[in-house]
Design a protein around this ligand. Structure first.
Ligand SMILES: [Zn+2]
Ligand SMILES: [Zn+2]
Length: 365
């Protein structure tokens, strides 16, 4: 059963918004010696008894997900049945699948499978979905389906903020360059790794603003900021003369005691931050300034975006993707669909954003 999270909508309705459900037995929530449902590969059970007990509830979801997975397999089988050099092994094709009409149904089946996996609300589903979308990107760099927009939100939900940051950094830095060609297979692709997440955000030039990466970037920065605040708190609450905590000790306090999330902190010099108060203050200020920059860039571009995250309308959850113009509600809704779960599942993120909106309003009043 989903763990509900109460959401109050702009129109006064209250709905239960489910949160991602961890890997545990669907019946008793046991977390060890689990077996994966062989139908969907997404749900977990501790025993055959508990699986049988849950089957009437699980059956429709299980059938849907496994049908979508079988569709992918069927498309893959068709490609293999043609014989010859397989597209995955062909350096002229692997990366531009969409150019070849017979490969499109395969990409489309994968995309749909990814969507159904996310809708399971299970961590396993989110993990598998992320794998599908990343694979779609590798097979078809020009990304005619827009898989790229799904990736940051899924990565953040899994705590893989660094991977999301690297993708957004690459996407902004490389693809906004003049003459960039997505389909040029001789160029390196998504090759930025462990980029410093306290760094500037000007790689998303305001004249080439895209909302999904910018709103995701804000959230990643916010989650890193929480970690820096945690280090400050740890230093302030450690009695003088105590032994210096190790890197591992600091990281474990942040995660386990302060409920800080995201792995960008794993790539930061946390012991230096702990010792050097001015360095920590400097990095904290940088993050705050970058978040202000991102906030205003997105707000200038689309007036609906931030408000939709703090106070979503019920329509925002149910609206189907529609053609949109820059700055429109429909555009914000699409970004919302990609990122709302990541925001809702990040402790304190939505209330903090609400404060920022309030302050920005007060400043212009
Ligand atoms: Zn059980
Ligand atoms: Zn199942």
């Amino acid at each position: 059963m989903a763990t509900p999270r109460r959401v109050v909508f702009q129109d006064g309705l209250e709905k239960d918004f489910p949160k991602m459900i961890p890997k545990h037995c669907e019946v008793c929530r046991k977390t060890d010696s689990l077996m994966r449902c062989s139908g969907c590969s997404v749900y977990y059970y501790c025993t055959r008894d508990h699986q049988a007990h849950d089957w009437p509830t699980h059956k429709p979801t299980c059938k849907q997900i496994s049908a979508k997975r079988k569709d992918v397999q069927a498309e893959e089988d068709k490609i293999r049945a043609r014989g010859g050099l397989l597209p995955w092994d062909d350096p002229n094709v692997n990366g531009v699948f969409w150019r070849h009409a017979h490969l499109r149904p395969y990409l489309q089946a994968k995309f749909l499978y990814g969507e159904f996996l996310v809708r399971s609300w299970r961590r396993q589903g989110v993990e598998d979905s992320l794998k599908e979308y990343l694979d779609i990107l590798r097979r078809n760099r020009p990304d005619n389906q827009g898989a790229r927009d799904s990736v940051p939100g899924l990565s953040i939900r899994l705590g893989q903020d660094q991977e999301a940051y690297d993708l957004i950094y690459w996407w902004g830095r490389k693809t906004t360059q003049k003459g960039f060609d997505w389909a040029d297979l001789s160029q390196p692709f998504l090759d930025d790794k462990n980029v410093d997440a306290t760094g500037p955000v000007d790689f998303w030039c305001p004249c080439f603003l895209q909302l999904t990466p910018v709103v995701a970037l804000y959230l990643i920065k916010f989650r890193l900021l929480q970690n820096l605040k945690g280090i400050k708190r740890l230093r302030e609450t450690t009695p003088p003369g105590s032994p210096t905590p190790t890197r591992e000790e600091i990281l474990s306090v942040l995660k386990d005691k302060y409920q800080c999330v995201g792995n960008t902190i794993d790539h930061q010099p946390v012991v230096d931050f702990y010792h050097n108060e001015s360095l920590l203050a400097e990095k904290t200020n940088h993050l705050l300034q970058q978040m202000t920059q991102l906030y205003h860039s997105a707000d200038n571009y689309n007036k609906h975006m931030w408000r939709l995250i703090t106070d979503p309308t019920e329509e925002a959850f149910s609206a189907l993707p529609a053609p949109y113009t820059p700055g429109s509600w429909n555009e914000a809704q699409i970004v919302f669909a990609h990122l709302y779960s990541a925001w809702a599942e990040s402790v304190a993120a939505v209330p903090a954003l609400r404060k920022v909106i309030g302050n920005a309003k007060a400043a212009t009043a």
